[in-house]
Design a protein around this ligand. Structure first.
Ligand SMILES: Cc1cc2nc3c(=O)[nH]c(=O)nc-3n(C[C@H](O)[C@H](O)[C@H](O)COP(=O)(O)OP(=O)(O)OC[C@H]3O[C@@H](n4cnc5c(N)ncnc54)[C@H](O)[C@@H]3O)c2cc1C
Length: 309
């Protein structure tokens, strides 16, 4: 209780609440309460929350669009920060390109759409990606420039220029793209637990017809191949040596396999969907089952892409 008083003194009276159920904020529609819950509206809010959690020795969890996590039924201990920091500004512009600074809480789909509509190329393939800039950089989320053909991956980190990050103790600094060591499903933030405050993206000026065509094609393909509008957390497992895990799980005969309220999607076998009654325990049991079957049938060890909290 004393921590709640101190948190409210530091972050604003009434802005920190205890026991807020997180399920409604997640795309998977499951998960228990946050011990302490705070919505950040500015970069300063985030920095203050990091410092407060450090001083009180509380663990800090930052959530963006909550589209790539499974939150346990017991919820999350410590301070849970939901990132609602939304701004963007042009930093530099010439005839060929625009450098844009964007807050980490900005919706990735909105950003892709807004920039693509203006004929700014670099993010247009990410239209339809749920979640925020912060989550997309943390995960180095990806899509394909030619989903029906060569399936060349385009990553959220590809167009990044520099970024401001803050460490667990509250110290912030500006780092360049190399710092992130971007790779498939990987960025340095996964090792350091640093938080992204903003990022700049260097976007090329092209004919808006081109960017709009690209995001129409991306969306069309998403609608055909992903269970849209059904609670899920996206792809659960990382691809294995370039092989599609969806195909591996499908070939193992697991499409539609159900435990409790969680099942392997009939549309995309790397998606687990929630019929509205699933618990994190159902999901964990289903993940264990998929891993066991794939190991036995194919000798392949699957690794989670989704973050289990
Ligand atoms: C229907 C559907 C489709 C999807 N399609 C794709 C796809 O095409 N490609 C793909 O790669 N993924 C896809 N995903 C997964 C997910 O949407 C992406 O990984 C997304 O970028 C996660 O962003 P988020 O803001 O929701 O992150 P969250 O789920 O909120 O968080 C994910 C992780 O990032 C950390 N994090 C969040 N914000 C920050 C920050 N500011 N600083 C540091 N760490 C932070 C969190 O602590 C957590 O560990 C899909 C998911 C769904 C439900």
């Amino acid at each position: 209780m004393q921590s709640l008083t101190i948190l409210n003194n530091k972050l604003g009276q009434g802005r920190v609440r205890m026991g807020v159920i997180l399920a409604p904020y997640t795309t998977f529609k499951l998960g228990g309460p946050a011990e302490y819950y705070f919505e950040a509206e500015t970069d300063e809010d985030i920095a203050n929350a990091v410092k407060a959690a450090h001083e009180l020795n509380l663990s800090l969890t930052i959530l963006g669009g909550v589209s790539n996590v499974v939150i346990s039924t017991d919820g999350i201990k410590g301070l849970v920060l939901r990132n609602r920091v939304v701004y963007k500004e042009i930093i530099e512009e010439n005839e060929e390109e625009q450098l844009l600074r964007v807050s980490s809480g900005y919706s990735m789909t909105l950003l892709a759409k807004e920039t693509g509509n203006e004929g700014l190329s670099g993010l247009e393939y990410h239209v339809g990606l749920p979640g925020t800039v912060g989550g997309a950089i943390y995960m180095n989320s990806k899509w394909y420039s030619d989903p029906r053909g060569a399936r060349i991956a385009v990553y959220a980190g590809d167009a990044l220029g520099e970024a401001k990050i803050v460490d667990k103790t509250g110290h912030d600094r500006i780092v360049d793209r190399d710092y992130f060591e971007f790779a498939y499903d990987h960025s340095k933030l996964q090792e350091t637990s640093e938080i992204l405050l903003w990022a700049t993206f260097r976007l090329k000026k092209v004919d808006p017809e081109l960017t709009q065509k690209r995001f129409r094609e991306s969306l069309e393909y998403r609608h055909e191949t992903q269970p849209m509008g059904i609670p899920s957390s996206g792809c659960f497992f990382r691809n294995v040596d370039g092989q599609s895990v969806g195909k591996i799980i499908d070939e193992a005969g697991l499409k539609g396999y159900k435990i409790g309220g969680a099942s392997v999607s009939e549309i995309h076998a790397n998606f687990i969907v929630n019929d509205g009654t699933a618990t994190a325990e159902d999901v964990q049991k289903l993940l264990d089952h998929i891993k066991t079957v794939v190991r036995e049938k194919r000798g392949i060890e699957l690794k989670e892409e989704v973050v289990m909290i």
